[in-house]
Design a protein around this ligand. Structure first.
Ligand SMILES: [Zn+2]
Length: 217
């Protein structure tokens, strides 16, 4: 079953989330969350770097050390403390995209679709999600216009990282509920993504930390 949006999601007890259990492990510098990205199309390298920086920075507030990798580069035999996977749908770049051929006509759609989403099954939020790269770009372009795309690759990447951190919150905390403030609000405007001032709210940070990190003794 597919759940809403930047989206949103559903709950539950994912046994896959492994906790770091000892003080020694707590000081481990290895990543305790690996984020794997599966791109549909070639993407902008500067936007990827900015995405990684933004995701690492936002989730560090919840005590996570995050690594971001392309799924195709990941070795099937590698073991992760914890892993989530995102399908990067559409063209993940601000640069001009090739016109679709054949060109769709008469399409019917909402003015604004979801920016990202997580999946759930049987009431459980899964560590799998989707980022709507075209929707995020189109949202930013409503403010930025379509000129000088290269100048905005890093800005775009940071926006992608922000919507992904929102979904990681759902996945790790097992909560579908949104917070009233911060990047885990029910919706984010283009201006909020561009300003980059929003971070994890205290509630979201605590929910993630409780789910992933060892309890202090
Ligand atoms: Zn959401």
């Amino acid at each position: 079953m597919r759940v809403l949006t930047l989206g949103c999601v559903m709950i539950a007890a994912l046994p896959a989330l492994v906790r770091l259990g000892t003080a020694e492990e707590a000081h481990d510098t290895r990543p305790n969350l690996t984020v794997l990205l599966r791109y549909e199309h070639p993407y902008s390298a500067p936007s990827f770097s900015a995405l990684e920086r933004q995701l690492r920075s936002l989730l560090a507030e919840a005590g996570l050390q995050v690594e971001v990798r392309e799924r195709k580069d990941a070795n099937a035999r590698e073991e992760y403390t914890d892993v989530v996977v995102f399908n990067m749908k559409g063209h993940c770049t601000m640069a001009a995209r090739p016109a679709p051929n054949p060109l769709p006509v008469g399409a019917l759609s909402d003015e604004r679709g979801p920016l990202a989403m997580a999946y759930s099954a049987d009431g459980n939020i899964l560590p799998f999600g989707e980022v709507e790269c075209d929707q995020v770009r189109e949202s930013l372009e409503r403010v930025l216009g379509k000129g000088a795309p290269d100048r905005y690759q890093a800005t775009y990447g940071a926006a992608l990282g922000t919507v992904m951190a929102h979904e990681v919150y759902h996945m790790l905390s097992h909560r579908a509920k949104h917070t009233k403030t911060g990047i885990t609000k029910e919706s984010l405007s283009a201006r909020e993504m561009l300003e980059g001032k929003l971070t994890l709210s205290d509630k979201a940070r605590e929910a993630i930390a409780r789910a992933v990190l060892p309890v202090e003794r």
